[in-house]
Design a binder for this molecule. Structure first.
Ligand code: SAH
Length: 488
């Protein structure tokens, strides 16, 4: 008989991907199979192994009897196949997450499990709206309720609830909002009690509606409030005036398309999300190594080595045998990221041009070498690195090694246009991504006229304009931080 697998019943927190715990991250990394629901941030699934099986079983906004059976069945089945399963839920598994039922099913089948708590939306979503669930002098307790009635129609004891001094938090409370509010008021709660409803908390779509028990039902109708949303009732709601912070983050609400290759997209996306934005990844290029081996004898004939991109550093350093083979060379680098990467290998660049262009790199290399000396540039197949031109301007000899190829990814037009519906800004970090993007949408500029476009610098901007795209934002410093600055 096969060895039985194991199941992690784990919470992923709400909205913001960074609210995942370290333990939860480890479970996702380890899992052979991931069963997830609709309330999680899909970016955390990037931690999964490449070949992990992904199963979406979202419950929508219902109690989900049928789908819950399917979830129980699925996790049991996959574990019996010997797999490590991560059952990933929004918030915490034991706070209206039915984690207990899943554990019962596992227990009945003798399957090993671990429960990994998550940050529950009941406290964190109010926190992202600037509302603490307790506060000295205002609320000495908080109470969390489901807004759903039981299948048999039975309901909470509102006579008791209305008497509570603490903060009241309702999950799944939108459909029954009129009943909740009415039951609180008729049982003696002050109609002027502040109430907040937070939709899609801790995401770029977070929307907060503030009112009182008296007027919230009207407000909710006017503003067409929809689940998922948290309802929070009590004096602590007023603290939002001073404690509001998330909506003030610099990229709050901005949805940004990241088009660079998958290996490098993560860093860019993380930065966007750290500033409150949403990163949607759709790569239009792929990096392919074209360097077999760096010949040590060949390096001896050069006096300077120039890197015009981080990828160049990565590829070159992967292929040299001994770091001392480049000890005699002056080193130049374009861009802060390239410099940082070199520093990772304990190499301090001798010069970094202030303008991030390979022309400037060549120009500065002259100051660090003698007449007639040889200079080697590590570059890509599509870099605008014209060694013939450099050789004609300067009394040095320039050669280049193409260390990697950028392969364009041409996608289905429909796929691209569907993804664009989820974003407001498209970012281009190179001309080749612009080419691949335009080829994918069949040069249909009209179809993307509502989108804003951001460029990493003048070369990329020129390519964009050539296709008839407008350059809405252009980075002043030609790197990832520069483009984020420009979008801000
Ligand atoms: N286990 C989850 C709750 C699941 S019940 C937890 O601990 O958070 C689903 C309800 O959670 C939704 O109806 C809504 O009330 C709340 N919820 C979850 N994520 C939310 C979010 N990002 N914003 C607002 N409400 C959220």
């Amino acid at each position: 008989m096969n060895k039985k697998g194991k199941v992690y019943i784990m919470g992923a927190g709400p909205g913001d991907a960074e609210l995942l715990t370290l333990k939860g991250k480890r479970a996702i990394e380890e899992a052979d199979c991931i069963v997830y629901d609709r309330l999680i941030n899909n970016r955390i699934l990037n931690y999964a192994k490449k070949d992990a099986e992904m199963i979406y079983l979202g419950k929508g906004n219902c109690e989900g009897g049928v789908i819950q059976d399917e979830i129980n069945k699925t996790i049991v089945e996959k574990a019996l196949e010997g797999k490590v399963v991560a059952r990933v839920k929004g918030g915490d598994p034991f706070v209206f997450g039915r984690g207990g039922e899943e554990i019962q099913a596992l227990f009945e089948n003798g399957i090993e499990f671990e429960e990994i708590p998550g940050i529950t939306s009941s406290i964190s979503v109010p926190a992202y709206a600037g509302i603490p669930v307790t506060h000295r002098g205002l609320a000495r307790s908080f109470h969390v309720f489901t807004g759903h009635t039981m299948a048999d129609g039975s309901w909470h004891n509102f006579e008791a609830i209305a008497k509570l001094d603490g903060t009241l938090v309702f999950l799944m409370g939108i459909k029954n909002l009129p009943i909740i509010v009415n039951d609180l008021i008729t049982n003696g709660k002050d109609p002027k009690t502040p109430i907040a409803i937070i939709e899609k908390g801790a995401t770029a779509d977070q929307r907060v509606t503030i009112g009182t028990l008296e007027n919230i039902v009207n407000l909710a109708q006017e503003r067409k409030i929809v689940p998922p949303a948290i309802t929070i009732i009590g004096e602590v709601v007023n603290l939002r005036d001073t404690f509001k912070w998330f909506e003030d983050t610099q990229l709050f609400g901005k949805k940004v398309l990241v088009t660079r290759d998958r290996r490098q997209a993560g860093e860019f996306s993380d930065k966007i999300e750290k500033m409150g934005g949403v990163a949607v990844e759709l790569p239009f290029i792929e990096i392919e190594s074209t360097l077999d081996k760096v010949d040590k004898e060949m390096l001896k004939s050069y006096s300077a080595l120039l890197f015009n991109s981080p990828n160049g550093v990565r590829e070159f350093m992967n292929k040299i045998e001994d770091i001392r083979d480049i000890a005699h060379l002056k080193i130049g680098a374009v861009g802060s990221k390239t410099k940082e990467l070199l520093e990772g290998y304990k190499i301090k660049a001798d010069f970094i041009p202030t303008e991030y262009l390979v022309e400037r790199l060549a120009e500065e290399a002259v100051n660090h070498t003698q007449v007639g000396e040889k200079i080697l540039i590590i570059t890509s197949d599509i870099s605008p690195c014209d060694t013939d031109k450099f050789n004609s301007i300067y009394d040095r000899h320039f050669d280049k090694i193409v260390a990697y190829k950028t392969k364009k990814i041409i996608r289905e037009k429909e796929e691209v246009l569907n993804t664009l519906k989820k974003v407001e800004v498209v970012t281009f970090l190179s001309s080749s991504t612009v080419d691949a993007f335009m080829a994918s949408i069949e040069n249909d500029v009209e179809a993307v006229k509502n989108i804003k476009f951001a460029s990493i610098g003048p070369v990329t901007s020129e390519t964009m304009r050539k296709y008839g795209l407008t350059v809405d934002f252009e980075a002043k410093v030609y790197d990832v931080n520069g483009i984020i600055e420009a979008i801000k």
